[in-house]
Write a protein that binds this ligand. Structure first.
Ligand code: HEC
Ligand code: HEC
Ligand code: HEC
Ligand code: HEC
Ligand code: HEC
Length: 367
């Protein structure tokens, strides 16, 4: 193990990337091809190469990353997963050592090169990601409609149950939201129809059509050929419908999503106080995100946002709405990955809570 750890990066690169890089060098200097050192530099500055990130250091004290976390939080884990049958979605059957990141070999290995079909937590499999398939392995979240249904089935919608705990979809599940109802990352209410893949336009469809694969950045200039009037990503707007009822249909599509998200926060707090009879408050920075709001002031103070004070008065109806609230909170670019799916989930969560508490749905439109 230590031998591998001390191997210089350059040697590792040469070993794993030789077959990939050679043809690029063999070509007659195509100008748009970044050099290996430019690629390495871009990657080092990206979140994937950030050795100090919580996403890679979280397990340092434990000394090992469990198999159910290793696939997305280590290069060793994802390589083992892609090499195997992927029979348990997002997990391998053994722990790995902490200390790796999403390095070159995570995406450039035999398993990733031949990866065609990506299984999701819902059980659905998607085979249309092309070269971006490896992105979908890690950016798929860890739960779906089925997870929430299984936890709440057979229970009365408005009775607090000690058997319920918050269900966290996990972070940046962009590939899952992008596929909409195909993989059901949101909690989808029964009898409602949901948007499938946000196919956008053919040249800007898969992850690496928009994101550079190494810096992970998206070039805004690439968008303005079509979205001519927008000045930032969040200002892009095509949909003509006034989803949030504010009379403005030119504001970026990110705007009605934030408006409905804020309204859902209010509705969740109202329902918790009136029906579950235990005030709740959300903190985006502290696990598991929903806490008892002892003084009912709607603000998560430092002493409130602590694990022992986690919210434990869940009813099925409240849990479903909170699950969707968290999905939209932790997929900060859902407005570009699947804006209408986000609006549908928020609208339906608000509508469902309105069966029990006073939620103002006036002017809201469901896509
Ligand atoms: C299917 C892939 C996947 C699995 C499995 C997974 N994670 Fe993650 N996790 C991610 C991604 C992607 C992010 C990065 C989100 C971002 O961009 O900040 C993340 C982020 C995190 C973070 C950082 C959160 C923050 O707010 O900075 C922690 C902690 C974490 N995961 C813990 C875990 C634990 C514990 C497990 C196992 C029980 C686990 N993860 C399993 C994909 C996964
Ligand atoms: C998160 C996944 C990921 C990581 C990490 C990653 N790559 Fe890549 N790399 C890709 C993808 C995807 C492409 C193909 C881009 C395309 O053709 O659309 C690519 C393409 C390349 C190419 C071909 C040239 C090009 O730009 O098309 C080289 C060389 C390369 N990567 C080297 C590296 C090196 C070196 C590292 C580590 C410093 C690295 N990659 C890390 C995903 C990754
Ligand atoms: C092996 C798992 C894995 C793969 C494969 C992977 N990612 Fe990631 N990605 C992560 C983790 C973990 C983070 C969080 C890193 C951090 O916090 O520093 C992340 C972060 C990101 C971020 C930054 C998110 C933020 O919060 O700012 C973007 C964008 C991203 N990935 C896109 C991609 C794309 C595009 C691909 C495919 C080319 C890809 N990822 C492949 C695990 C992965
Ligand atoms: C239509 C273009 C487009 C496509 C396709 C796309 N993204 Fe994004 N993505 C963006 C933009 C724009 C942002 C916001 C970037 C910013 O604010 O700098 C973003 C942000 C992100 C983030 C960070 C914020 C978050 O959502 O948590 C991640 C992770 C991410 N994308 C992953 C992916 C993955 C994985 C895929 C493929 C399944 C993908 N993206 C497909 C345009 C796209
Ligand atoms: C070739 C033209 C074209 C390019 C380039 C383009 N888009 Fe789009 N975009 C469209 C079209 C057409 C739609 C409507 C698609 C639909 O509703 O299915 C759209 C819709 C959107 C929406 C949803 C808007 C709404 O109001 O529903 C977002 C967000 C978006 N694009 C982001 C981007 C980003 C980010 C980029 C650059 C990375 C980009 N687009 C590049 C043509 C383009």
């Amino acid at each position: 193990m230590t031998y591998f750890k001390t191997l210089p990066l350059a040697l590792l690169l040469a070993f794993f990337l030789a077959p990939l890089v050679t043809p690029a060098f063999a070509q007659s200097d195509p100008p748009e091809r970044p050099s290996l050192s430019q690629i390495t530099e871009a990657w080092l500055k990206s979140p994937h190469g950030d050795r100090t990130s919580e996403a890679f250091t979280h397990w340092n004290e434990d000394g090992e990353i469990p198999g159910r976390c290793a696939v997305c939080h280590s290069s060793t884990g994802v390589i083992d997963y892609l090499r195997g049958p992927m029979s348990t979605v997002g997990a391998i059957d053994h722990p790995v050592m902490p200390g790796t990141v999403v390095d070159c070999t995570s995406c450039h290995n035999a398993g990733a090169a031949t990866l065609a079909a990506v299984p999701f937590p819902s059980g659905a499999t998607v085979s249309t990601f092309g070269k971006s398939a490896v992105c979908a392995v890690c950016h798929q979240g860890r739960a779906s409609t089925a997870t929430v249904q299984a936890a709440t089935s057979g229970m009365d919608e408005d009775t607090v149950s000690a058997d319920l705990g918050f269900i966290n979809v996990h972070y940046a599940p962009s590939a899952a939201t992008g596929m909409g109802t195909v993989v059901k990352a949101g909690f989808e209410y029964p009898d409602k129809v949901y948007k499938g893949e946000f196919a956008h336009v053919p040249d800007f469809k898969n992850c690496t059509d928009c994101h550079r694969p190494h810096s992970l950045q998206v070039s805004f200039e690439g968008c303005t050929t079509c979205h001519k009037t927008a000045e930032e990503f969040a200002a892009i707007r095509i949909s003509p419908v006034d989803f949030d009822g504010d009379g403005d249909t030119t504001e970026g599509i990110a705007n009605p999503i934030s408006t409905l998200h804020a309204r859902l926060d209010e509705a969740i707090r109202l329902y918790a106080s009136e029906v579950a009879q235990a005030p709740v408050v959300y903190s985006s920075a502290a696990f598991p995100y929903f806490f008892n709001d002892g003084n009912a002031d709607g603000v998560a103070s430092e002493d409130e946002a602590a694990f022992p004070n986690r919210y434990q008065s869940w009813t099925p109806r409240l849990l479903k709405a909170a699950y969707n609230y968290q999905l939209v909170a932790k997929e900060t670019a859902i407005y570009t990955h699947n804006p209408h799916y986000a609006l549908q989930l928020l609208y339906d969560s608000l509508e469902d809570l309105s069966a029990q508490v006073d939620v103002d749905m006036t002017g809201l439109a469901r896509p």
